[in-house]
Write a protein that binds this ligand. Structure first.
Ligand code: FMN
Length: 148
């Protein structure tokens, strides 16, 4: 099964984990990037506010290759218990596959956070389902003590 790792990282930890994931499995890798990188204060204030509300920020165009994958491994850091705005933008932008044809593409999520806790599993599962993807699994990865 051709899996593709799609990740977002603000401070580099998820990037490192995603690179390891892709390297160990010989998988393709795609980064979701903010169109304009914000400073830490803005990330914590406006970013967390947006994350809680499911808000999206502008991102750079994401290479379309991941759409051909049979399986996606989606990795991102947790912001205020939720998906960061860049990840919400990515999810909003993925083409709709819910045409009733074929099986939904499975998505394994790895949510990286210092606490190892998140509160967005249901929201993410619903978003994916609407687009014709299926949440295969949701893993909380604790990054406490990890370096970028
Ligand atoms: C804006 C912001 C909000 C965060 N909110 C949480 C949180 O709610 N819970 C948590 O455990 N960690 C939180 N963190 C910590 C990150 O999830 C954690 O450091 C993660 O490993 C960072 O990954 P990255 O280096 O790929 O960006 C937050 C970090 C930032 C920058």
């Amino acid at each position: 099964m051709a899996a593709h790792v799609v990740y977002y990282s603000y401070s580099g930890i998820t990037r490192r984990l995603a690179l390891e994931e892709a390297e160990s499995g010989g998988l393709k890798l795609t980064e979701v990037k903010d169109a304009r990188r914000v400073g830490k204060l803005k990330a914590y204030l406006r970013g967390c506010f947006a994350a809680i509300r499911g808000g999206a920020w502008k991102i750079c165009e994401v290479g379309g290759d991941y759409q051909k994958a049979d399986r996606i491994i989606l990795m991102f850091p947790i912001w205020a218990g939720n998906m960061p705005p860049a990840v919400n933008a990515f999810l909003k932008g993925i083409p709709d596959r819910a045409d009733g044809q074929g099986e939904p593409t499975p998505v394994l999520v790895k949510a990286v956070s210092t606490s190892g806790k998140s509160a967005c599993r249901e929201r993410l599962a619903a978003l994916l389902e609407r687009k014709g993807y299926a949440l295969e699994g949701f893993e909380d990865v604790m990054s406490k003590g990890m370096k970028a």
